[in-house]
Design a binder for this molecule. Sequence first.
Ligand code: GDP
Length: 307
Amino acid sequence: MEIRNIAIIAHVDHGKTTLVDQLLQQSGTFRENQHVVERAMDSNDLERERGITILAKCTSVVWNDVRINIIDTPGHADFGGEVERILSMVDGAVVLVDAAEGALPQTKFVVAKALKRGLRPIVVVNKVDRSDARADEVHDEVFDLFAAQGASDEQLDFPMLYASGRQGWADYVVEGHKEDLSALFDLIVKHVPAPNVNKDAPFAMVASILESDNFLGRILTGRVEQGTAKVNMPVRALRMDGTVVETARVSKLLAFRGLERVPVDEVQAGDIVAIAGLSEATVSETIAAPEVTEALHAEPIDPPTLS
Ligand code: GDP
């Protein structure tokens, strides 16, 4: 199946959860699973309460036979390193901006990093149903923000949609007649490049997110950069300089399907996977089949500077 990996970037309350819920519903994910899930992005509240790292959440929908992995990006400056690691797993981004409030600090913080990474975000001016919406002004503000962050001509020429996540539609014009989010799905599939991965090489990925689970132990999540991850396969964790941190066996593979993580036997290059079985490996390290001796680029080639 074709894959697109995107980050979703928004200031808190600009409607990320509502929009992702609608994407799930309209792609049939809720219907398939036959159960009502509360709110897409709030599934980690428990972990948050327990004080574990605030995790990036990955939602996965299938639209016209393309799997779209949507990774929530923490907007807070405290998660700077995590934001960069998340952006390293994606080839595109959706920047969601409230049509009344405009671009706010969390939007700016993550947009700056996305632009530096060379991503070409799609802009969604959301909540245009608000009586105080000023959609066109906000469009101009986003353009100015991109320009101020040093966006290239290509990045400045961003595709843009107006939307009401709450009403479940997106369109190229404010007064459009779209009744669903098909314009957004289509734009993601057309505008975001497919992951540039090598399916035939031995398995390797960079660990982008680290979590700990009471039953599974350490869980490392990343995008499979090459080959196929398989349950029970031997793997090694490599530091950037190629030092072997540990050798282990993959005990469990979890793929992201809808809102859930589902145990699977294998995951192909390009998709995002959570791997259990390693006990020492950490973020930015390469998890790979034993025949891989060099680490993959864990960080952007041109690392963003913190300002
Ligand atoms: P998040 O913090 O970005 O995940 O935002 P939520 O999806 O939780 O939405 C924040 C608030 O904005 C909630 O009260 C939503 O009901 C409201 N909201 C979300 N989308 C829309 C929209 O399209 N139009 C309007 N008017 N309100 C919205």
